[in-house]
Design a binder for this molecule. Structure first.
Ligand code: T4K
Length: 411
């Protein structure tokens, strides 16, 4: 059901006693859903086949289609993006320490830590929000095995610069491409970079398989290891060749993936339109900057991320989030407070300070987008933001008095 903005009388923020703009919550990460009839049909076929998981026909079809879309030799579908990262890390022989950004979803760090690999946090480039290749080298020790870049918001890392550092120091290079499905880097689809890349197809990703993920690689050996590891290390009936786990994607997820793949361009178009509407709607507001997608590259436009500069606009990111929450707009602080400030990492000494990560983690706010969000919704969200900034002192006082910022501030 779509969330309908309501307007009653003169505009007044809900935080200041006005009516709530949205009757139903407007979420970040509302799933995109392709043709329902086609999905239902696929599920019927799945039930008729009585083949629900374990490298079924839909999984194999999805893998082959994804490999085609991404222009890679191998695609191994798995049950979620975190498992994709874990299997990728093991299959690529990551051990000891791995250099990665702290400005990412905590799953990137957890996937390493879970298997005894220590994440070493590197600062980001404020212009791209991605790991800063010039800061990687100072973090390298004799324990370092790899660099794990994250294509944050679907914008590519500086792959070439990271490759140069990796080659110079004999390190592996892998990518967390959870945000970057259907995006390109220097004209080539993300998925074939480094030794391997890991995708997430979680419900909140613009392309979802309910839950799911995949590892993509052009390396035959890594692909074979990933396939084996995904299925307990089996290479044949009753034959286990190595350590493995249950990382398999099920058939219902693959059916959703195939269905959503048929609607991929519709999803991208909706995201692009929404991004453009937010850009127009927030244009010219001092202190608010939307993260832009690069010209000339394929982009999925799936995140609308606003940077809030309190000095220039009058309200902090958390105050704006409180304003929006009061209107039933559930904007999210991706990625607050940064992995390095979350357990178990927060008790560790940083190898180098992370000033850009700290700064950005305090300023970014992800706004609702996707096919569930209408042009009317976006106009209403932008109106709320403008209204809040035009009455910043009153908003500040209300947030302080009601503690409305507490929910927003708690990590
Ligand atoms: N690496 C990176 C860089 C990632 O961003 C992620 C995941 C991963 C690795 C790991 O991939 P997975 O193992 O998850 O496949 C969400 C997602 O759960 C997570 O997948 C995603 N990144 C992250 C950025 O966002 P939360 O904790 O914010 O999710 P949650 O449950 O609060 O959902 C967000 C919003 O979406 C809510 O407002 C409600 C709405 N929603 C959610 C679901 C699941 C719906 O409307 N319908 C739904 O079915 O992490």
């Amino acid at each position: 059901m779509k969330s309908k903005p309501v307007t009653r009388g003169a505009p007044r923020l809900a935080l200041l006693g006005g009516p709530t703009t949205f009757v139903a919550a407007l979420h970040v990460g509302r799933p995109n859903i392709g043709d329902r009839a086609r999905f239902a049909q696929r599920i019927e076929v799945m039930l008729d086949r009585r083949w629900l998981t374990n490298n079924g026909a839909y999984v194999r079809e999805l893998e082959s289609r994804l490999a085609g879309v991404l222009g890679v030799q191998h695609c191994i579908a798995v049950c979620n993006g975190t498992t994709a990262l874990q299997i990728m890390a093991k299959a690529c022989g990551l051990g000891g320490e791995v250099i990665m950004p702290s400005f990412t979803f905590v799953a990137t760090a957890h996937a390493l830590e879970w298997q005894g690999v220590t994440p070493v946090f590197c600062d980001i480039d404020p212009a791209t929000h991605n790991i800063d290749p010039t800061k990687v080298e100072e973090l390298i020790t004799s324990e370092t095995s790899a660099i794990l870049g994250v294509h944050v918001w679907g914008r590519s890392c500086d792959v070439e610069a990271l490759e140069r550092v990796a080659v110079r120091h004999g390190l592996s290079l892998c990518f967390d491409a959870a945000h970057a499905f259907a995006c390109s880097s220097a004209g080539r689809m993300i998925g074939g970079g480094g030794v391997a890349e890991a995708f997430s197809f979680h419900a909140t990703k613009f392309f979802n398989t309910l839950e799911g993920g995949a590892i993509t690689t052009n390396n035959d050996e890594v692909a074979a290891r990933c396939r084996r590891m995904r299925d307990f290390g089996f290479t044949g009936v009753d034959r286990v060749e190595s350590l493995g786990i249950n990382g398999k994607m099920n058939e219902a997820s693959a059916a959703m993936g195939l269905t959503n793949l048929e609607a991929l361009q519709t999803f991208i178009d909706a995201n692009e339109r929404n991004h453009r509407l937010y850009r127009f709607g927030l244009e010219g507001i001092p202190g608010l900057t939307l993260a832009q997608y690069p010209q000339g590259e394929r982009c999925n436009f799936q995140y609308v991320v606003m940077e809030v500069d309190e000095t220039a606009c009058g309200l902090s990111r958390d105050e704006l989030q409180a304003v929006l929450r009061a209107e039933n707009v559930l904007a999210r602080r991706y990625f607050f407070p940064g992995c390095h400030r979350m357990p178990p990492y927060r008790d560790r000494v940083l190898r180098a300070p992370l000033p850009e990560t700290e700064r950005l983690a305090g300023r970014t706010l992800a706004l609702p987008t996707g096919t569930a969000v209408s042009a009317q919704d976006i106009a209403a969200v932008c109106r709320v933001i403008r209204l809040a900034l035009s009455d910043a002192p009153a908003v500040k006082a209300a947030v302080a008095a009601t503690g409305a910022g507490d929910a927003a501030v708690a990590p």
